[in-house]
Design a protein around this ligand. Structure first.
Ligand SMILES: Cc1cc2nc3c(=O)[nH]c(=O)nc-3n(C[C@H](O)[C@H](O)[C@H](O)COP(=O)(O)OP(=O)(O)OC[C@H]3O[C@@H](n4cnc5c(N)ncnc54)[C@H](O)[C@@H]3O)c2cc1C
Length: 332
């Protein structure tokens, strides 16, 4: 059976879905991925502030399931993913099991997984319409894309909520999902990192993690780049505050916690993530509507982790591939 599938979102879940389809379904199935950003990888993100680079989304990830471990194995073998053994401090440890990072940057995993796929970047899908059983997607510039047999919405839950039609069967599960914001401070220092820790887990209510980005495998070690994530609750309480004021507050706390001298900072920037973490998940691998041929996937289906995004996207993609791999006799 042939078909054309659109995936909205080229974060890990959208890319895992695309890979699951292209690995399993016949050549006749075409996949097109849309992303509003310039690149791929979504919240597995890297900010460039020459000469510094900051992984300002996910810091590292863990692999607890056999499926994700198997997917990572060839990437570890090729060096696209590397184990990270940070020296931790304050109230360590937080995550159990080995920690992994994409190398040489967190966004390089998205690039690697996107290789060979049909990806349309800088294209924000704003609405979708089904005509004669086929989906048409309209982007922010008014261009209509299509026609698609299936659409997989691989964007954060509030953005999926805005895109999916009111009649989407699993909408009640989507409505349960709650995502939380995080402020991220990025600090650049001259010279190599000389501290005796690579990750600090502060205990106060403002900062969640302080990570020496430049200590990760494959990074430029001649400079020091530090990423600080604020706690979700603290961010939520200050979400509309003036960003430079938030950055200064985070730097003051960083000085207190780390003992570092803020006068040595050569570069500073802040980013606000509105959908950084998941406090209420949908509770199943992916959401779907078999009548409308619509799926939704993302970390928010399970939990706010890289591995959960992969599990969700991979499951949604395998489900769609199964549709195209069906033999006529399967329906008999
Ligand atoms: C600050 C922060 C810290 C984190 N720390 C960790 C950590 O230490 N460990 C860990 O395991 N996980 C961590 N995470 C979570 C992890 O990054 C996510 O679970 C995972 O990357 C989510 O992947 P996704 O594909 O579900 O969503 P995303 O990565 O958000 O991908 C969605 C994509 O959809 C695109 N998009 C959205 N709307 C549209 C639209 N209308 N049209 C076109 N494109 C659209 C976006 O540009 C994005 O590329 C962190 C996340 C953040 C933000």
């Amino acid at each position: 059976m042939s078909g054309h599938i659109a995936i909205i979102g080229a974060g890990l879940s959208g890319l895992a879905a695309a890979r699951a389809i292209t690995d399993a379904a016949p050549d006749a199935v075409q996949v097109t991925i849309f992303d509003k950003s310039r690149g791929t990888g979504g919240r597995m993100a890297t900010r460039y502030a020459d000469p510094w680079k900051f992984d300002h989304g996910a810091q590292y990830f863990t692999a607890r399931t056999s499926g994700f471990k198997a997917a990572l194995a060839p990437l570890i073998e090729s060096g696209d993913v590397a184990p990270w053994l940070p020296r931790t401090g304050l109230n360590a440890p937080r995550a159990s099991g080995p920690k992994y990072v994409a190398a040489p940057r967190m966004n390089s995993l998205g690039k690697q997984l996107a290789d060979g796929l049909d990806i349309v970047t800088e294209t924000q899908i704003v609405s979708m319409e089904r005509l004669g059983g086929l989906w048409h997607l309209t982007d922010a510039a008014g261009t209509v894309w299509g026609q698609y047999d299936h659409v997989i919405c691989a964007v954060p839950a509030p953005q999926a909520d805005a895109l999916l039609p009111a009649a989407f069967e699993d909408r009640p599960l989507l409505a349960e999902v709650k995502m939380l914001p995080t402020f991220t401070a990025m600090l650049g220092f001259a010279g190599p990192w000389a501290g005796d820790w690579d990750v600090l887990y502060p205990s106060g209510d403002m900062l969640n993690i302080i990570a020496v980005n430049s200590s990760k495998p494959g990074r430029d070690k001649s400079l020091t780049s530090i990423v600080i994530h604020a706690e979700n609750a603290w961010t939520a309480a200050h979400v509309d505050d003036d960003k430079p004021a938030v950055l200064e507050a985070m730097i003051i706390e960083f000085e207190k916690v780390s003992g570092m001298d803020a006068r040595l900072i050569k570069h500073k920037a802040i980013h606000r993530w509105l959908y950084a973490n998941v406090s209420e998940a949908a509770g199943q691998d992916f959401l779907f509507d078999t009548t409308l041929n619509l799926m939704a996937c993302g970390d928010w289906c399970l939990e706010g982790r890289v591995e959960a995004a992969w599990i969700s996207g991979n499951a949604a993609g395998a489900y769609v591939a199964g549709h195209y791999n069906k033999k006529p006799s399967d329906d008999a």
